[in-house]
Design a binder for this molecule. Structure first.
Ligand SMILES: NC(=O)c1ccc[n+]([C@@H]2O[C@H](COP(=O)([O-])OP(=O)(O)OC[C@H]3O[C@@H](n4cnc5c(N)ncnc54)[C@H](OP(=O)(O)O)[C@@H]3O)[C@@H](O)[C@H]2O)c1
Ligand SMILES: [Zn+2]
Length: 366
């Protein structure tokens, strides 16, 4: 395999491939968003493709099977000796769809140019190996690695660390409070809230504490965003297991507005027995997690479970202050996304700082 910087004309094709990949943004997880551009020996674009959503055909399959996309493509021989520009190493395993490495070989593509190796243990170089063994030239485009790493940041983190990527999000007053007198009031303006919903759509799951769920009855959906067709997942952190004895839970917006399979209530492992006892009563899904300091969940473990059992590469933790403070205390986050409204709360305001005690400045984690 050659590792090199692409020439100017090739950069154009790779940039088009990333443009294709971006069309799947928000919909592909737990798969990566991938784009593919196939170019003839004479430098003519024969076809393009992208991974549209999880479960659908991969980018290479969209490009190589979509024969009628351009007049030039009438049969599979038309791809002979072409070059495929792909934003990520082609898969080599047969999952929900056929292996892309094999498809590229079967279509007699002569060269495959990729921006990055896929860290997924099912791929991790085996896509490249398969292509090379079949006589396909493979090029790793060094000058596109950084772009690919930032484009696929959450996917790469999750696949490498086998736990979900965490963004902490909150809205605060100028003087750092998230609520006042325990009452919920808008702190930020509609533009900021819409921006936050878009960020929500870029993650696989929203996480909130039990109190926020009860006090605010939030929808936690993706209304009024480019992701309004996406069915977003929700995790509710309930360290004392209140939800097991709280009948009104079923009337909350979070449950009423989405398929119950998309919501999980996290409760301590030792309470899971109670869930089994009441399983026939309702269809709520519970996730058991071990407790750690202060009888709060072990959040490193929770990230692993969220990745493995709930198929989330990334989670967006939206409060309240107590929940966010636990993630900070346990140092279990990758990024902070903070919105500030032009209001003061004064001494009765409550924010993250009310739940944290440090002897010296604690450094942000990204
Ligand atoms: N500005 C924002 O961005 C934003 C976002 C979300 C929520 N909020 C506001 O935040 C408020 C809720 O936040 P929250 O921090 O109270 O709870 P929370 O994080 O939503 O709930 C977390 C859990 O923490 C526990 N808890 C809360 N405060 C505690 C404390 N001082 N000591 C021990 N355990 C505590 C509760 O457990 P137990 O009851 O089981 O003990 C609850 O189950 C609401 O008024 C909501 O409107 C603001
Ligand atoms: Zn594939």
């Amino acid at each position: 395999m050659e590792v090199l910087d692409l020439k100017e004309s090739e950069n154009l094709f790779m940039s088009l491939a990333f443009n294709e990949a971006s069309k799947g943004t928000g919909y592909c997880s737990p798969n990566p968003c991938v784009g593919c551009v196939v170019v003839s020996k004479d430098g003519i674009i024969l076809s393009t493709g992208y991974h549209k959503k999880y479960g659908d055909a991969h980018a290479e399959q969209m490009a190589l099977n979509n024969k009628l996309q351009y007049d030039k493509i009438q049969n599979k021989d038309d791809f002979k000796d072409a070059t495929a520009y792909v934003t990520l190493e082609p898969c080599s395993h047969i999952g929900q769809t056929e292996s892309c490495a094999e498809l590229l070989i079967n279509r007699s593509v002569g060269k495959v140019v990729c921006a990055l190796r896929d860290p997924d243990h099912k791929v991790s170089g085996s896509g490249f190996d398969k292509l090379e063994k079949a006589g396909v030239k493979v090029v790793l485009a060094k000058n596109w690695a950084q772009k690919a790493e930032s484009f696929l940041e959450k996917y790469l983190y999750a696949r490498t660390n086998l736990k979900s990527y965490v963004t902490l999000k909150w809205a605060q007053t100028i003087d750092g409070s998230m609520s006042l007198n325990g009452k919920s009031k808008w702190i930020t303006n509609e533009n900021q809230r819409k921006n936050a919903r878009i960020k929500r759509g870029l993650h696989d799951c929203v996480v909130v504490g039990w109190k926020t769920l009860i006090e605010d009855n939030p929808r936690l959906d993706l209304r009024d965003t480019p992701f309004k067709d996406k069915a977003n997942k929700v995790l509710i952190l309930d360290p004392k297991g209140h939800s097991l004895n709280f009948e009104e839970v079923r009337d909350l917006n979070v449950f009423k507005l989405r398929d119950l399979k998309l919501v999980k209530i996290v409760i301590p492992n030792f309470k899971i027995k109670q869930v089994v006892e009441r399983q026939s009563e309702d269809k709520f899904l519970f996730l058991g997690c071990d407790l750690k300091d202060e009888n709060y969940f072990d959040l490193n473990l929770l990230r692993k479970k969220t990745y493995q059992d709930f198929k989330c590469n990334s989670i967006f933790v939206e409060g309240g202050a107590y929940t966010l403070a636990q993630f900070i205390k346990q140092n279990q986050y990758n990024k902070v996304c903070k919105y500030e409204g032009l209001v003061y709360a004064g001494s009765r305001g409550v924010g993250i700082k009310n739940h944290l005690v440090f002897e010296e400045f604690s450094k942000i984690n990204n």
